[in-house]
Design a protein around this ligand. Structure first.
Ligand code: HEM
Length: 415
């Protein structure tokens, strides 16, 4: 059992102080460490090799866990929340929308949106970069994956509220008691409103779609044509909700962190501007050190052996990709932002899990990497983003509320 447990609330107080820092500290306790969410035991895997084994376990042994129970209240039976043969069918049906040729098409949409954002800025203007980027990734997702079928009001509403949802899922998962979700607090009321409106937006997207485009809903309608399984509108709406919830937040956050690290270190910024390969390493290092997913969870269906550990049936299992990324055994000086660590053959890839692995590996990983690269390259061609020198965001924060910057035109480039 990990130190820091308190009666009734379990490890909630230490988790609330610094989620990733706490998971990092468990590495010294063991490869699999029991903690408590309230009274509920949760088994945290701190060893990369065992994480791979858990990710690769079959659906008779391990299924999506508590985090996905929370996500399912918004995303229903979408691809992130299901398991086994049904889940494989869902992934197979979605794959045509994510094939490499579509990624190129998507990059064109991203470039247009990044140019539009870049052209909307004026030299010296203060911007809340995160807010601008949430809008950008919402627009790219809506245009490339939903066939452009969202008006500005719904697009902006999603951009302003999906990040809230992303936070809520983590909060509800870590909570000492599910009963707290039913209290009439401002957060719970906002959650109920957001859930309702999001579902009404995705229902609209599905009902207006006739299956003749390249978007997710058309792709699924085509995949299910002639079969009478899984094609009803509710299932389609679940997939659309899943894409919205998974696509918008992490991509925007990683782009914002990239500009943060460029702004904090002029030498890094100058090299990145001159050398696209180095910029690629900057982005990889951001995906490592400022990885936007605090943790993921699974649940065992029967006793599962992980190395010397035997997890009982029904156990909650958790690992933190962000904490695995900070293991000194794989990444010397793990808390230092150092793009050059990716110059050589690099650390063991088993410790680098930006998009997860196994049956639930990120479906949008090619889209995400391309989106990050295109937005950063398009904006840095015109602007240098400046950060207040006192603005240092601690490593425990993976999701800042805002990122105030000011934009400075590059010499010779018309604004
Ligand atoms: C930098 C951005 C992103 C990061 C770091 C990221 C990371 C991840 C990770 C770690 C998982 C696996 C979670 C687990 O093991 O339980 C995942 C799943 C998923 N991601 Fe991403 N993601 C990103 C962007 C995107 C985008 C842009 C899309 C869609 C266009 C997307 C769609 C999905 C979906 C649908 C799943 C669930 C797949 C399944 O369960 O079969 N993600 N993502």
């Amino acid at each position: 059992m990990a130190p820091g447990r308190q009666p009734l609330v379990g490890h909630m107080p230490v988790l609330a102080r610094d989620v990733v820092g706490f998971f990092e500290s468990l590495r010294d306790v063991g490869d699999v460490v029991e903690i408590r969410f309230g009274r509920r035991p949760v088994h945290v895997i701190t060893d990369a090799e065992l994480v791979h084994r858990a990710m690769g376990a079959g659906p008779d042994d391990v299924v999506q866990g508590r985090l996905y129970d929370k996500l399912a209240r918004v995303a229903g039976d979408g691809v992130a929340c299901t398991d086994g043969p049904g889940h494989l069918d869902q992934r197979r049906a979605l794959l045509p929308a994510f094939r490499p040729a579509r990624t190129e098409q998507f990059a064109g949409v991203v470039r247009e949106e990044a140019l539009a954002l870049s052209r909307s800025w004026r030299p010296g203007q203060p911007v809340d970069l995160l807010r601008d980027l949430y809008r950008l990734t919402t627009r790219t997702t809506a245009r490339a994956l939903l066939g452009g079928d969202l008006d500005d009001a719904d697009t902006n509403w999603l951009a302003d509220n999906i990040p809230f949802l992303f936070g809520i899922f983590a909060l509800q998962t870590l909570s000492p008691s599910d009963l707290l979700e039913h209290l009439p607090t401002a957060t719970n009321r906002r959650y109920a409103d957001v859930r309702r409106r999001l579902r009404s937006i995705v229902d609209g997207v599905v009902s207006r779609n006739h299956g003749d485009g390249d978007d997710i809903v058309s792709t699924l309608r085509r995949a299910h044509r002639g079969r009478d399984v899984g094609a009803d509108d509710r299932r389609l709406a679940d997939e659309v909700a899943t894409i919205l919830v998974t696509a918008i937040e992490p991509a925007a956050t990683v782009i914002a962190w990239t500009f943060y690290h460029l702004a904090r270190d002029p030498a890094v910024e100058a090299r990145a501007h001159a050398d696209p390969a180095y910029l690629g390493r900057v982005i990889t290092e951001v995906l490592r050190l400022r990885h936007p997913i605090y943790f993921v969870m699974r649940r065992t269906l029967r006793p599962v052996r992980l190395g010397p550990y035997e997890l009982p049936a029904g156990a909650d299992v958790l690992w933190s990709n962000a904490a695995i990324h900070r293991d000194a055994a794989a990444f010397p000086d793990p808390h230092v932002f150092d793009p050059d660590r990716w110059t050589s053959a690099g650390p063991p890839p088993r410790h680098f899990l930006p998009f997860g692995g196994g049956a639930h590996k990120c479906l949008g990983h090619r889209f995400a990497r391309s989106e990050i690269e295109v937005v950063v390259a398009t904006i840095t061609a015109r602007w240098r983003l400046r950060l207040d020198p006192d603005e240092e965001i601690p490593l425990g924060v993976l999701h800042p509320d805002r990122m105030p910057m000011s934009v400075v035109a590059r010499d010779g480039v018309p604004s």
